[in-house]
Design a protein around this ligand. Structure first.
Ligand code: 6PG
Length: 232
């Protein structure tokens, strides 16, 4: 299964609108082709801006099931919760509720139990996986040097990362690989070195986890794309 591999750079103000449009198109296509769609969301400020615009797009939400690519191990109403961010930016603004919203149990103190429970609800192949990129090259909560980067069977794992809060749940490389469409969002000059390493650097997943999704639709602003060679 080949997915769309493309790199697009736009003005900073345009990025959320473009991301929302692309995600909406992918979801509508999945519903048209398979009768339903699954969407996995990332945390972070760049994805949040896209979600706020996505709420205004025309999407058959009643046929869309929503999941998360990672979650911080905090209650769902905590200010660090990715679920809370998605609720505020997207769910609360939708004209109709999605078919289902499956959040990761960030409130559980049984981190591995929560990860295993989520593996039980996560579809074999996500239709649309939205990811952000960290300045250190992380994506989801797959951070440089993590053993989770080489996980071949578990699809969700508890991890401890450097970006607070440290305790998290994250999808693993098999989930990134199986997704039918992946949209990676990057904005700001601070991301430029990580974006260049992710897309053009020598392959070293451990030091730049975002290299796991080189074969994806990368939507960037000019600042985040500034260190790319431009030969694309
Ligand atoms: C998280 C995210 C993480 C995020 C990137 C980009 O839970 O922190 O899933 O992978 O998407 O760190 O975040 P910013 O857009 O805020 O830089």
């Amino acid at each position: 299964m080949s997915r769309r591999v493309e790199r697009v750079r736009v003005g900073t103000a345009t990025l959320p609108e473009l991301a929302a449009h692309e995600i909406a198109e992918m979801l509508s296509t999945a519903v048209r082709e398979r009768g339903r769609a699954s969407l996995a969301l990332a945390g972070g400020t760049t994805p949040r801006a896209a979600y706020e615009r996505l709420a205004a797009e025309t999407v058959p939400w009643a046929s869309v099931s929503i999941y998360f690519g990672d979650e911080r191990c905090v209650p769902p109403d905590h200010s660090d919760s990715n679920y809370r961010m998605a609720h505020e930016a997207l769910f609360a603004r939708l004209p109709q509720p999605p078919a289902q919203i499956e959040r990761m149990a960030g409130e559980s103190s049984d981190y591995d139990g929560a990860a295993r429970a989520y593996e039980g609800v996560l579809p074999e192949a996500l239709d649309v996986l939205v990811l952000g990129v960290g300045e250190d090259g992380h994506t989801a909560s797959l951070f440089p040097g993590s053993s989770a980067l080489f996980e071949a069977t578990r699809r969700v794992l508890p991890v401890i990362g450097p970006k607070p809060p440290p305790q998290r749940l994250t999808i693993t490389p098999p989930v990134l690989k199986a997704a039918r469409s992946v949209v990676v969002l990057a904005a700001g000059a601070g991301k430029a070195p990580a974006v260049a390493r992710a897309l053009e650097g020598e392959l070293d997943i451990s030091s730049c986890p975002s290299q796991l999704v080189r074969d994806a639709l990368w939507l960037m602003d000019h600042a985040a794309a500034a260190e790319l060679s431009g030969k694309w």
